[in-house]
Design a protein around this ligand. Structure first.
Ligand code: UDX
Length: 437
């Protein structure tokens, strides 16, 4: 099939490459010339494991091209909208200007029978609104909402082999013409047994909001337990292991630590609350305010713990922060808890050095006032305290004996509860985890 993908960020670039991998002829379109130049040279404009290799592989087939020219969408049968929906400045709601601009830019290039497929995370009701725009322009075109559930760091595998496909079609019916077209797009994974669910527009939009809210709630639940564990002298990691063995609960997403960040969970739960308020259903989601509050409290808790670890004073203390990305295997620093903690420590007078294997350039753009060091050994030299805030494998693998010889004081705060506390203590370190004795 001939496919256009509008928006080539963390979602769209991966989607375009994966659609070409599935055998389709794909054009990726974005307004950002730098991104398009990189992608045209088969280079990922951000770090995502496996994406560079995939771009090279599919571009050699000639099935994948990139452009800034929206008219290149003409001639494709299926058009994916993959642009961002960031949080509005100073408000909880989602900024829909990119989705609206992408859709309006696409309209003049639609032909009869075309399918417009929304993948961006949007407030419920958006698909209905955009569907009318599409039908007004081209009565014989359809709009489907097909939310994306990929995780950064696993984006290629999550796109090629997702847990499920969700198709939101105008009448919610399996027999809608759009279902067959989308089945053709995803023929390979469907043949491999990936399930697909057909539903109406608002349900499909809500599936994504509900999924992300559930994940955020799960993380804040275990972080709330971490607070209680700290007060009671208990260990939240053992608690999570034990409750996670009940498969109604499950162990995944029960890692207590400095909380969730990134370009999705924080802004998606806020946008969901804002939208529910507009719909008069705000009471239903007041618990998400608490989820958000628990999550943000983790960051201030780490600042306080670091102060304790440094003997009650942060002023002039040399602190090394391991990790700037919001999670490992990503260079994304949007709402990164690690960076937000680093910035708060610096504001309180600590001398902070941040290191990260992939995210330093993005971090420096967002927080230019922090000091960055790409060399891990140099970053920890003479530190008064080390904070592990993003659990990259190289930080999990650190040797406490070797590191003790480099730092000024052997104090470590394990913000992700991934280190072996007994081993670090045996090597002479003052070890603090979160929600652990
Ligand atoms: C998330 C959803 O998982 C994905 O389905 C959706 O499409 C987009 O949003 P992503 O933002 O890539 O994906 O990251 P995810 O792996 O969900 O992690 C989110 C945050 O939660 C990270 O900061 C991570 O460190 C944190 N987290 C995750 C925890 O603090 N504890 C956990 O147990 C799991």
């Amino acid at each position: 099939m001939r496919i256009s993908v509008i928006g080539c960020g963390y979602l769209g670039a991966v989607h375009a490459a994966c659609m070409a991998k599935l055998g389709h002829e794909v054009v990726g379109i974005d307004v950002d010339e730098r991104k398009i130049a990189e992608l045209s040279a088969a280079r990922a404009p951000f770090f995502e494991p496996g994406l560079d290799e995939l771009l090279k592989e599919v571009q050699e087939t000639g099935r994948l091209t990139f452009t800034t020219d929206m008219s290149a969408a003409a001639g494709s049968n299926v058009h994916f909208i993959c642009v961002g929906t960031p949080q509005k400045k100073g408000e909880n709601g989602a900024d829909m200007s990119y989705v609206d601009a992408a859709t309006n830019g696409l309209l003049p290039h639609l032909s009869p029978g075309d399918l417009v497929v929304g993948k961006s995370t949007v407030p419920v009701g958006t698909a209905g609104r955009l569907s009318s725009l599409v039908r007004n322009q081209e009565p014989d075109a359809h709009l489907v909402w097909n939310p994306e559930f990929l995780r950064e760091g696993h984006a290629v595998a999550d796109t090629l082999q997702p847990d499920r496909f969700v198709y939101g079609v105008p009448d919610g019916s399996e027999h809608h013409a759009a279902v067959g077209v989308l089945d053709e797009v995803y023929a390979v994974p469907l043949a491999d047994g990936v399930p697909r669910l057909v539903m109406d527009h608002p349900t499909a939009e809500l599936v994504k909001a509900a999924a992300n809210s559930f994940l955020a709630t799960k993380i804040s639940f275990i972080n709330a337990m971490a607070e209680v564990c700290e007060a009671a002298g208990a260990d939240v990691t053992r608690l999570a292991d034990a409750i996670g063995m009940d498969d109604r609960i499950g162990r995944k997403f029960l890692n207590a630590g400095i909380g969730f960040g990134g370009g999705c969970l924080p802004k998606d739960i806020r946008a969901f609350m804002a939208r529910a308020g507009e719909l008069g259903a705000d009471q239903a989601l007041t618990f998400l305010r608490e989820v958000d509050a628990i999550n943000m409290r983790r960051r201030s808790r780490v600042v306080e713990l670091t102060r304790e670890l440094c003997g009650g004073m942060l002023l002039g203390k040399r602190i090394t922060v391991l990790g700037a990305a919001f999670k490992p295997e990503s260079d994304d620093v949007r709402d990164s808890p690690a960076l937000s903690i680093a910035a708060q420590l610096q504001l309180q007078g600590a001398v902070v050095t941040v290191t990260d294997p992939k995210a330093l350039a993005n971090a420096a753009r967002r927080f230019p006032e922090l000091h960055y060091e790409s060399d891990l050994d140099k970053s920890v030299a003479k530190a008064d305290a080390v904070l592990l805030l993003t659990e990259w494998q190289q930080y999990r693998d650190l040797d406490p004996y070797a590191l003790a010889g480099v730092v000024a004081s052997s104090r470590i705060l394990d913000g992700r509860n991934v280190l072996d506390a007994a081993k670090w203590r045996a090597a002479g370190w003052t070890y603090r985890g979160l929600g652990r004795p």
